[in-house]
Design a protein around this ligand. Structure first.
Ligand SMILES: *Cc1c(COP(=O)(O)O)cnc(C)c1O
Length: 387
């Protein structure tokens, strides 16, 4: 049996796989088993920050592999400590907890919000407001936080304590804070899985002010929007707000699994020894990979993200088949006249990898994709959209 047959037989069918096996990759290009080349504008869903097998990243990972791969959290390790310091210095946050995925980073964020409120106000002030159309993960609790019914089918019962406000509707948030005993408001500033839907400046800043007034924690899910994706280091930096807790994952490790939850002044000491943990959290290999990625998210790199955004938007905005473009930086959603899935399959055939989100084509290219490759990819996309 070939890979596709073995996979179909033995891997749980939780993914609708596309008919492509990737066997190697370099930068923004990858190859299938027949040597056919693909331009990758999806980055493994915003994970491969510098594309496939980036030379500097590979060096950093190999050096750590040669030193040691794992130990337990009973001991100090340098990549984990260094990464935490870098994250705090860049964001003004005070402490970091490391895990292995976005879902886990969000679990940690939710637990911290509940504990902060419990320690200060006692039992019962535990409701978290999230937004309709959000996505926060696949664990039972992060599914509970996710404001989309389509993810909930047949997994009842869920963790209680979540209520959902309409995105960009501040009055709805106010109403929910009045009707519930709220400890936190959790949101993505650009709803990725929800169709690359951008929260307005007015909404985010009003919510932040409300949080500040009522000692409600502002919890920003930067799993997809983080680590340079929107053209700022973190998505919230496009707004005039300072979160109390930030979760991130996806692009942080540049291809290795790592999640991080960062705590501001209010809840920097909410977790005490033994109150939370993760066997692999802060794993030296993943942390070394993340140190490499994070140290390269320079102002010049971020400027390049904005530049590439303009190239993409300019190439697509006046096309007949394009109805709307949303997003920020290199996180873009394109609503087309044709179905997103049809466009994705058309692109695949022509050697271009794009993603979808709801009814949109979604682009999440490597942050350093070279302009020539990007333009080649956009030519294919334009052709598929227009034909
Ligand atoms: C992908 C994603 C998650 C879940 O991350 P996993 O690593 O798959 O657990 C959570 N929140 C947002 C905003 C995401 O995009």
């Amino acid at each position: 049996m070939n890979t596709k047959q073995i996979d179909n037989e033995f891997v749980a069918h939780s993914y609708g796989r596309l008919p492509l096996e990737i066997v190697s990759g370099k930068g923004s290009l990858c190859y299938d088993e027949n040597g056919k080349e693909y331009i990758d504008l999806g980055s493994g869903i915003a994970v491969n920050t510098f594309g496939f097998s980036d030379a500097e990243w590979v060096e950093a990972v190999k050096a750590q592999l040669d030193a040691y791969a794992h130990t337990s959290n009973y001991y100090y390790t340098s990549p984990c400590a260094k990464l935490a310091q870098m994250l705090c210095e860049a964001t003004g946050m005070k402490k970091v907890f490391f895990s292995n995925s976005g879902g886990e980073a969000n679990e940690c964020m939710i637990k911290a919000a509940r504990r902060y409120s419990f320690q200060k106000y006692g039992k019962g002030r535990h409701t978290i407001i999230t937004l309709k159309n959000s996505f926060h993960g696949r664990t039972i609790t992060t599914l509970s936080a996710t404001g989309q019914d389509s993810f909930h089918t047949e997994f009842d019962p869920f963790t209680e304590g979540f209520v959902y406000a309409e995105a960009n509707n501040f009055d709805d948030v106010v109403r929910l804070t009045e009707e519930n005993n709220v400890c936190g408001i959790m949101m993505e500033v650009v709803q990725g899985e929800g169709g690359v839907y951008v929260l307005t400046k007015e909404f985010v800043e009003k919510v932040a002010a409300l949080c500040n007034d009522k000692d409600i924690l502002l919890m920003i899910d930067e799993v997809q929007t983080g680590n340079g994706r929107t053209g700022e280091l973190y998505g919230y930096m496009n707004y005039n707000v300072q979160p109390d807790i930030i979760s991130t994952a996806k692009g942080l490790g540049g291809g290795l699994p790592i999640g991080a939850t960062m705590f501001g002044e209010k809840c920097k000491d909410t977790y005490t020894p033994g109150s939370h943990g993760s066997t692999f959290g802060g794993n030296p290999i993943s942390a070394a990979a993340a140190c490499n990625v994070f140290s390269r998210l320079t102002p010049e790199l971020l400027e390049g993200v904005k530049q590439r955004n303009e190239i993409i938007v300019n190439a697509l905005k006046d096309l007949d088949g394009v109805e709307e473009i949303s997003g920020m930086g290199l996180m873009l959603g394109i609503k087309c006249k044709k179905e997103a899935k049809e466009i994705m399959l058309g692109c695949l055939e022509k050697g271009l990898l794009v993603l979808t989100a709801k009814d949109k084509v979604r682009l999440l290219p490597p942050l350093n994709i070279d302009i020539e490759t990007l333009n080649k990819g956009l030519n294919i996309l334009t052709e598929v959209i227009s034909r």
